[in-house]
Design a protein around this ligand. Structure first.
Ligand code: ZN
Length: 113
């Protein structure tokens, strides 16, 4: 459900490519950099048979990566925040949601500085 919804959002701009339309206060460049870095790290973990914080189906395409990250963000936010703090921060901005209580999450949003 969340997964499919993420695909729908993703498709609103240039087809499903893992880069959905963002809020005006978000930076597409930052989105790209953070998601690319997370992808590279997970792919490396996978190659070295380390366990991943999300379903490895995520690594089939950027669109699936975004959809699986969204799923993980809502279903196991603790895991995501711990293992992928920057992606977690971006998804908080994107979905305008805080799956974890703010006090517990001490957002690692790089801040708009
Ligand atoms: Zn999918």
């Amino acid at each position: 459900m969340i997964h499919e919804l993420a695909h729908k959002l993703d498709m609103l701009r240039d087809g499903a490519n893992g880069a959905p339309p963002m809020h005006p206060d978000m930076r597409p460049g930052e989105w790209h950099d953070i998601f690319s870095a997370a992808w590279d790290r997970l792919e490396n973990d996978l190659q070295h048979h380390r366990s991943l914080p999300l379903d490895d189906y995520a690594l089939t395409s950027p669109a699936e990566f975004f959809a699986v990250c969204s799923e993980t963000f809502f279903e196991t936010p603790e895991t995501m925040k711990q293992d992928m703090p920057k992606v977690y921060g971006l998804l908080c901005q994107f979905y305008r949601q805080q799956p974890l209580p703010v006090a517990a999450s001490k957002m690692q949003l790089a801040g708009n500085n």
